[in-house]
Design a binder for this molecule. Structure first.
Ligand code: HEC
Ligand code: HEC
Length: 281
């Protein structure tokens, strides 16, 4: 598994390509004989739904006798609840390192050194997934009230699609609950411009006759510019037609810090966090 993933996909089978593969194979074999090293936090590559499930299976066999089948811990053995914020790790790498090294002086032993890194990453992914499982997260707001606000007075549907319904001036939020955690969702509502993907930057252009157009930046290259205006209409311009192109990297979504109350924000966050496609394969 580890080996397969380290081969660049679609690399040409030229002499160079083969040489690279051979080097990777050698590195892999050396890896087998070197002592396991601890992880830096470069993110977990093993966090697909498949990995999470594999981690869950392993957890059931090796960890549940102390931490419980639901990972909620066991007071008798002093094994803590792993479904909320962890005391000793704040990332996948942190969990990985606990599993590799154990916690000295406690019943939490290092995992058998013969267990490959990939399997520990899967375990870490499983434990991280517990922290974001809606069943384990207590939110202040009411998802029902949030749904009503979203579609009604909040007017969010004018820009966002949920389950096929809504406007196209903002990202589709149908599965936003799997992408952002409650803190990130709150930030998205209070400070939309804190982090804006280039897809949602806006352009203001002025043509030679002095007409000004403004909208989402759909496409931009050396010769042309395409934008989508507030009515979701597309406009294309040749750069040679334009006297000015201003780019704004802020969000076209208003901040709701002042226009909505704290409890309305909580309701929206509860609703948004509940938006996750039922099926996790
Ligand atoms: C023999 C009982 C036992 C087994 C088996 C066990 N643990 Fe633990 N685990 C503990 C105890 C006790 C602690 C708390 C140690 C401390 O911090 O005092 C702990 C702590 C942890 C922590 C840190 C929690 C935190 O809040 O920082 C993680 C993560 C963890 N275990 C994961 C696992 C995983 C994954 C497995 C299976 C590979 C496993 N444990 C197997 C007893 C166990
Ligand atoms: C004028 C159009 C507009 C309105 C109205 C609007 N949004 Fe947005 N929204 C956007 C755009 C554009 C983005 C992407 C840029 C950004 O991250 O702010 C966005 C981003 C978001 C994100 C983050 C999505 C991500 O993938 O990071 C959330 C959550 C969100 N909006 C929720 C809401 C809610 C809830 C409302 C109603 C209270 C609302 N929006 C109203 C345009 C809008």
């Amino acid at each position: 598994m580890l080996f397969l993933r380290s081969i660049p996909i679609g690399s040409p089978t030229t002499a160079l390509g083969l040489a690279t593969h051979r080097l990777l194979a050698i590195a892999f074999i050396i890896g087998l004989f070197t002592k396991h090293s601890l992880a830096e936090d470069a993110g977990n590559l093993y966090n697909t739904p498949f990995d999470v499930r594999a981690g869950g299976n392993y957890f059931e066999k090796q960890c549940s006798r102390c931490h419980g089948f639901d990972a909620k811990g066991n007071d008798e053995v002093g094994a803590p609840d792993l479904t909320g914020r962890l005391r000793r790790a704040s990332s996948s790498a942190g969990i990985f390192n606990i599993l590799r090294s154990g916690i000295s002086g406690t019943a939490m032993m290092a995992v058998d050194p013969n267990v490959p890194d990939a399997q520990l990453w899967q375990l870490a992914a499983y434990i991280e997934s517990l922290g974001s499982d809606p069943a384990n997260v207590q939110l202040e707001g009411s998802a029902e009230a949030g749904a009503a606000l979203f579609a009604g007075a909040g007017n969010c549907l004018s820009c966002h699609v949920v389950a096929g319904q809504g406007g196209r001036l903002g990202p589709d939020l149908s599965s936003i609950g799997t992408q952002l955690n409650p803190d990130e969702l709150t930030l998205a509502l209070l400070e939309p411009s804190a982090e804006v993907a280039p897809r949602w930057w806006t352009l203001t252009v002025e043509d030679k006759s002095g007409k000004v157009y403004s909208g989402l930046r759909m496409n931009e290259d050396s010769f042309s510019v395409r934008i989508m205006d507030q009515q979701a209409q597309l406009w294309s311009f040749a750069r040679s037609q334009l006297v000015r192109v201003d780019r704004s990297e802020t969000s076209s979504m208003p901040s709701y810090a002042n226009s909505l109350s704290d409890s309305q924000i909580d309701d929206l966050v509860a609703y948004l966090y509940s938006l996750r496609p039922e099926m996790m394969p």
